[in-house]
Write a protein that binds this ligand. Structure first.
Ligand code: AMP
Length: 405
């Protein structure tokens, strides 16, 4: 069964075509700078195989529809295409950022689902409209093919009210749905499932702390396989220190910036999302650059690393307290999978909580899942590569295989 996975952003579309027998990637790529004078389409057919073909096209791509038409043409292109015809694509899985309180699992897209995603636009004004663009175009290009929405928020719908309610007037939740939703759910759920297999236990018996450290960062407390707390909040801004996002700050800073620094709400929003985090502290948001600058004696780079890893450690401690018993910590995503220094500093001094790394094993960068805790460590520590495309494809396949209600 072949499944196409789509992650449609405001000016880009990421795609991956998978054959679910053997879970092989037949093609993957990206359409970038949609609507700009020069767009870019990159597609790798048969990646990693001897037949690998890399296609790069630089041309104007007016909108999502023409970008997707070009992708479909490449995927079905005669002898070179990953499939012979569109008909071979059995289903399409869409990443949707915000499902609000409406969705706690993936769902087949119909008009009702589309309007529910529309209703959540206020909660994700940048992401949901772009996701909807992708859905609309693909429904048009593949009429009759099952399309499934997989929500970034869905895994966190099991969080209890004591963890999702903000201490604001309760009407703000009732009227405006202001609450913690959490994001990166597909990634947290995917690595949790992988971890359960590695621990040799059913997921329903696993207590885990999953730590997604990429450009966006979040941590989730998982009790008996279910998310019970997570650091991202109503929007993907709360919690850990990210590449360009601040994470936790005193909410009164907004008013201070407005009253004393002449900033309007748009400017404040921009600073907190795009000019803060690691970048705010040291002007760099790529951890590889930050390490290079620390080696060259840059004290701001040192501070950025300190602030991020201190925040990570603080939340690991908090989630240990929330969970009581923890089987494993899991590091994932760009930094989590590749950065021994960040991992070591995020758990430094936590031997008192039963967390100890094996310094040799922790030197690992990338590659398959690896146990990096010492044999004395009460809590296992794992690096598990995330794979959101595969997770979406698996979810899509599982929705197809569900018996009709
Ligand atoms: P992601 O959002 O998961 O793609 O992660 C992207 C981030 O991962 C980059 O901005 C880098 O900060 C970080 N990253 C990627 N590769 C490495 C590496 N080898 N060492 C340290 N950080 C890395």
């Amino acid at each position: 069964m072949k499944i196409l996975v789509i992650n449609s952003g405001s000016s880009s579309i990421k795609f991956q075509l998978l054959d679910m027998e053997g879970e092989t990637v037949l093609a993957s790529g990206l359409v970038e700078r949609i609507g700009e004078p020069t767009g870019l389409l990159k597609c790798v057919l048969w990646p990693g195989s001897v037949d690998e073909v890399v296609v790069k096209q630089q041309e104007s791509i007016a909108d999502h529809r023409s970008g997707m038409l070009e992708v479909v043409r490449l995927l079905t292109d005669g002898a070179n295409g990953a499939v012979r015809s569109r008909e071979e694509i059995r289903a399409i899985g869409h990443r949707v950022v915000h499902g609000g309180e409406d969705f706690h699992e993936p769902i087949v897209i119909d008009d009702k689902v589309v309007s529910a995603i529309e209703n959540n636009i206020a909660l994700a004004p940048l992401h949901n409209p772009a996701n909807l663009d992708g859905i609309q175009v693909l429904r048009e290009l593949f009429p009759g093919v099952t399309q499934v929405a997989v929500f970034d928020t869905a895994f966190h719908q099991s969080i209890p009210d004591r963890a999702f309610i903000y201490a604001l007037p309760y009407e703000m939740y009732e009227k405006y749905r202001i609450r913690r939703y959490g994001f990166h759910g597909t990634s947290h759920q995917y690595v949790a499932r992988e971890c359960a297999v590695l621990l040799g236990k059913p997921l329903q018996e696993c207590n885990l702390i999953t730590i997604h450290l990429g450009n966006g960062c979040s941590m989730t407390a998982i009790e008996n396989g279910r998310s019970i707390d997570t650091t991202l909040g109503m929007t993907p801004l709360e919690g850990l220190v990210m590449g360009t996002r601040s994470g936790d700050i005193d909410p009164a800073i907004h008013a201070f910036l407005h009253r004393n620094c002449g900033m309007d709400i748009e400017a404040i929003d921009h600073v907190l999302n795009k000019e803060s985090g690691l970048k705010g502290i040291c002007s760099m948001n790529d951890m590889r650059d930050i390490h290079a600058e620390i080696a060259a004696g840059n004290d701001r780079a040192r501070l950025a690393l300190d602030v991020q890893t201190y925040r990570n450690r603080k939340y690991i401690g908090a989630y240990m307290a929330v969970l009581g018993r923890v089987d494993a910590l899991v590091f994932t995503a760009g930094i989590g999978e590749n950065d021994p220094v960040v991992r070591a500093r995020s758990v430094a001094g936590l031997a008192c909580l039963g967390i100890e790394l094996d310094q040799e094993k922790n030197k690992k960068r990338g590659g398959p899942a690896t146990l990096i805790s010492s044999s004395n460590s009460r809590v296992q520590v794992w690096i598990i590569p995330t794979n959101e495309e595969l997770a979406i494809a698996r979810e899509t396949a599982s929705v197809l295989n569900k018996p009709l209600q």
